[in-house]
Design a protein. Structure first.
Length: 513
């Protein structure tokens, strides 16, 4: 059996099912390239039939990547499989990933189909996928609540039909490690042709056990783990890539398995995903949280000073965490800037690079010291945000202890310039009211968060606005040395995302099988 565990990243597909998540194609390409560079084996780029936006993203990623397998998800029906193939056919290494439920709960209450019919449909879909490409993955959704014998039969028949990877999802995050390891062992021992396919697992984190379950699975024969950066995903999320990879690396003495992930890329990738999605990483999150390598206790600090091995099981450098570095300043040229941006893993066009450079120069006028995080914020804000229906062109606010806060905002709406003013309870309220007046926006502001990107009073403020409308939630982000301007940018970014999501959904297909 292989000593390698394949890492299948589904940040762009299952991760996209996180509430508030929305990325444009350019943002998804940046993430996909970063994942490829990190050494991920398979990148699930999206669910092409779900919407035109998903299709476009999967197609664009397929055209870009050279090393990683690009997977497109498809329900087990012929139209979905064909659509997935259309999206990935230009990929250097295309994979169709098709799925259908295997649990009686899903068969009875959702699909309203018999076990026999579901099996037939699964096999037809796998065969269709195989007619397009050799690399076919089959998933038995809700596997952990399925009858074991039926599951084993389904997996065996999928392999006979041509599946080269068989995935066992814990769709609802119900399993516990011993039990899940046992299930994998059972399948390895009872599916006669299991040796012809790679066994994969896909765990959700509803009980906080996704990583533990994935580890139990690899110790029992699974050789692919599906996971996401920062563990984002549907509900409580998926197995966190950084945690499973580092658990395998740190405990190789016990488990004896490797991945191809270059672990030094973990932290920058985590930051990229968090900054693009606006989904913040909790400070005590393992591996990539702000406190993951911070030692507070005096006894621990004493031990560390004597020998790091006393309280550190891995070094921050192993996961690519280094101190914020003072990167560039007012006198830095294009060359140095370009090198720095490339070192973060961004792959920008000439125009994008120039846009970022101009924004950097503007920032240098406002801020003495420009850090890596500042540059990443610039790229996120100025270069790869979604195509703008709404654009902020001017913002001015008067406020103070004796004044009624008043905002004047000028915006372009579909290229048309509109300027107006309004009052508010505070400066941010005044800005948001004015933007609403211009755009006619009726969404609800669910959350408003302000952070400093780096230390110091001249730090850029990073603002996130979560808006909700008609069941859709989006997180907009904006940064600026002036937090009122950052707030305006974040609100407008959220409005653009909402518009993008609503337009994309008008092409959405029926979500049942
Ligand atoms: O959670 C799940 O079962 C899935 C499948 C589509 C693999 O995401
Ligand atoms: Zn899932």
């Amino acid at each position: 059996m292989s000593q390698f565990v394949k890492i299948f990243d589904t940040t762009l597909r299952d991760g996209e099912q996180s509430p508030g998540f929305s990325m444009n194609v350019a943002e998804k390409i940046q993430v996909a390239k970063r994942l490829e560079r990190m050494g991920v084996d398979v990148i699930e780029a999206g669910f092409p039939v779900a919407s035109q936006g998903d299709f476009d993203a999967v197609q664009a990623i397929s055209a870009e990547l050279k090393e990683a397998v690009v997977a497109g998800l498809a329900r087990a029906n012929l139209a979905d499989v064909d659509r997935a193939w259309q999206a990935i056919q230009e990929a250097a290494k295309p994979r169709i990933h098709t799925f259908i439920s295997s649990s009686d709960i899903h068969l009875e209450h959702q699909l309203k189909m018999s076990r026999k019919d579901v099996l037939k449909q699964a096999i037809k879909a796998v065969k269709k996928a195989k007619s397009h490409t050799d690399d076919v993955e089959f998933s038995a959704m809700d596997a952990t609540r399925s009858d074991r014998e039926y599951l084993a039969q389904m997996i065996g028949e999928a392999i006979d039909a041509g599946a080269t990877t068989v995935n066992i999802p814990d769709t609802v995050g119900y399993a516990v490690p011993g039990e899940f390891g046992e299930l994998i062992k059972y399948l390895v021992e009872n599916v006669a042709n299991i040796g012809e396919a790679v066994v994969s697992v896909h765990c959700h984190n509803d009980l906080g056990l996704a990583v533990a379950n994935s580890l139990a699975a690899v110790r029992n024969g699974a050789r692919q783990v599906e996971c996401t950066i920062n563990g984002i995903g549907e509900r409580a999320g998926n197995t966190a890539l950084e945690e499973i990879v580092m658990a395998l690396q740190v405990r190789r003495d016990l488990i004896g398995l490797n991945t191809r992930v270059q672990t030094e890329q973990i932290y920058p990738t985590s930051r990229l995903v968090s900054s693009i999605t606006g989904i913040r990483v909790q400070p005590n999150k393992a591996i990539v949280g702000a406190n993951a390598f911070a030692h507070e206790s005096g006894i621990h600090q004493d031990g560390l000073l004597k020998n790091k091995i006393t309280y550190e099981i891995m070094t921050p450098e192993t996961v690519g965490l280094s101190k914020s570095t003072l990167v560039l300043g007012k006198h830095s040229g294009r060359h140095a800037f370009r090198d720095r941006v490339k070192s973060f893993g961004y792959d920008l066009s000439e125009d994008q690079m120039e846009m970022a450079f101009q924004a950097f120069k503007n920032l240098c006028d406002l801020k003495k010291q420009v850090y890596d995080e500042d540059i990443e914020a610039i790229i996120g804000d100025e270069v790869i945000q979604i195509p703008d229906k709404y654009r902020l062109t001017f913002l001015s606010v008067t406020s103070g202890s004796e004044l009624i806060p008043t905002a004047t905002v000028q915006m372009e709406v579909d290229g048309k310039v509109i300027k107006t003013a309004d009052l508010g309870n505070g400066p941010v309220d005044a800005v948001f009211k004015t933007i609403k007046k211009i755009t006619g926006d009726t969404s609800n502001l669910v959350r408003y968060e302000v952070d400093a990107i780096t230390g110091g009073t001249d730090a850029q403020g990073s603002v996130k606005c979560t808006l909700e409308k008609d069941g859709l939630t989006v997180i907009g982000r904006g940064s600026d040395t002036d937090i009122i301007v950052a707030s305006g940018k974040a609100y407008i970014n959220a409005l653009n995302k909402l518009h993008y999501k609503r337009t994309d959904l008008t092409t959405d297909v029926d979500r049942t099988l």
